[in-house]
Design a protein around this ligand. Structure first.
Ligand code: 5GP
Length: 112
């Protein structure tokens, strides 16, 4: 279990911006841009490498929910980035998959 399960269970506070039966979105505690939201499945999946075909629906749901949150945050038209860091070289620090929704400023490419 990670800190994100505690956030799902409301045992640890977070600024929640969206919630439904399958997922939760809350503001990153260390934002890298004016908008930095983490969108997570309520199901515990440690990394994208652990996702299976059984997770097709929830992963599709995350992808379809992210633009709604971007619109809610007012960054959909200007543009935003969706990021799923996986394992050490990508800098994954919390092993419960989470989609970063980042925007509100021009974003450099490629990432560092
Ligand atoms: P990763 O580096 O694993 O892709 O991203 C993990 C993210 O979770 C980081 O951006 C970090 O700031 C955020 N984070 C870690 N712990 C907490 C927490 O307790 N609350 C919130 N809101 N964000 C967290």
């Amino acid at each position: 279990m990670t800190i994100f399960t505690k956030i799902i269970n409301k045992e640890v506070p977070a600024e929640i911006v969206y919630e439904d039966e399958h997922c939760l979105a809350f503001r990153d505690i260390n934002p890298q841009a004016p908008t930095h939201v983490l969108l997570i499945p309520k199901k515990e999946i440690p990394t994208m490498n652990d996702a299976t075909p059984a997770d097709r629906t929830i992963l599709g749901h995350l992808l379809l929910t992210a633009p709604k949150i971007a619109a809610q945050e007012g960054i959909a038209e200007d543009g935003y980035r969706l990021v799923l860091n996986t394992n050490a070289s990508a800098g994954q620090t919390v092993f419960h998959i989470h989609m970063h929704i980042i925007g509100g400023r021009p974003l450099g490419w490629p990432p560092g």
